[in-house]
Ligand binder design. Structure first.
Ligand code: GLY
Length: 323
């Protein structure tokens, strides 16, 4: 018998005797049937209001959480006045707009693109990676080629306003994050449909004036976004490097699995960052939702806000913060 076949036989036998029961079981959450019936959408920053409206329209018409998440953040991606997501995003140091995005559905499927250029809707390319390929993530030129081959049009993403801001920045060439307006106010959106299924999407042009090739947390499954339909979902905004080092969204969902409320889990996610980093000039904000439709939001610094569409109202809410 070949080595490979004997290995497969051995591992099959081993698997047959293996218990797949989880070591940490999802804790039952208090059932609140109202959000299940009407759906719920939560997303980061002011641009979340318009994204929530679009996402909620889809849910109200009986659509799925994943369709709602994708269509919601597409509104932000297409808004050229926003300088941190999609078209109009501020470029890297060399003047290139490079985009990162990911999406997760309620079945645990995930798709992602990073360092993508010339394409208006990275979230939809991420969706296509999820739906139509055996992979989770495509990067750079490979992602761009995949998008063009699949009917996405080549689009100029650098607007005159963002080009002007970049040229101004070039005079000093100094990168100084400024809390809350540091030009990486990603949109992360979590949606719950009428069936109570949860999905999410996250999309950004990343840090303004970043090094060419830099990728942040937003397209990384578990960092910028994580959804486990048995438990809930979480998403992040802010300085991606801090979120990446703690795999923040995965951490928050796992804390909820162990019984933390979305608020407690977001607070612990921020605390983990703060205990290991000097966060004086750095912002991160988290959002989370659980299966009961309870939500949480927390940031390092004041100033992080989010849009919540629940019970027919879409409103901006200021998140609590650690400092
Ligand atoms: N959170 C977005 C980024 O750092 O790229």
């Amino acid at each position: 018998m070949s080595n490979r076949r004997s290995f497969l036989k051995r591992s099959g036998a081993a698997l047959a005797g293996l218990s797949l029961a989880p070591l940490v079981k999802a804790q039952p959450v208090k059932k609140d049937p109202i959000p299940y019936k009407k759906g719920l959408v939560i997303s980061t920053w002011w641009h979340g209001l318009a994204a929530n409206d679009e996402a909620h329209k889809i849910i109200a018409n009986g659509g799925t959480a994943v369709d709602a998440a994708e269509m919601g953040v597409r509104i932000t991606e297409a808004d050229a006045t926003g300088q941190s997501v999609g078209v109009g995003g501020l470029p890297d140091r060399d003047g290139n707009v490079t985009l990162d995005a990911c999406i997760m559905d309620s079945k645990g499927n995930a798709g992602s693109v990073c360092f993508l250029q010339d394409i208006l809707h990275p979230v939809s390319v991420a969706r296509k990676v999820m739906d139509d390929t055996p992979h989770v993530m495509l990067a750079g030129e490979g992602a761009r080629r995949f998008a063009l081959d699949n009917g996405f049009e080549k689009t100029k993403l650098l607007t005159p306003e963002s080009e002007k801001a970049w040229k101004e920045w070039l005079k000093e060439k100094e990168y100084k994050p400024i809390i809350n307006i540091e030009n990486h106010d990603t949109i992360g959106l979590l949606s719950m449909d009428k069936a109570g299924d949860i999905a999410g999407a996250c999309t950004t042009s990343g840090l303004a004036y970043k090094m060419h090739g830099r990728v942040g947390d937003s397209p990384i499954i578990g960092a910028g976004l994580f959804v486990d339909n048995e438990v809930g979902g979480a998403t992040a905004t802010g300085l991606g490097e801090l979120v990446l080092r703690t795999l923040g969204s995965f951490l928050i969902v796992e804390l909820m699995r162990q019984g933390a409320s979305p608020q407690e889990a977001c607070e612990e996610g921020v605390r983990r960052i703060a205990e290991r980093n000097n966060v004086k000039d750095m912002q991160v904000g988290y959002l989370a939702v659980n299966k009961a439709g309870e939500v949480g939001a927390y940031a390092i610094h004041p100033g992080f806000n989010y849009a919540l569409h629940r019970d027919g109202h879409n409103e901006m809410i200021d998140a609590k913060s650690m400092l």
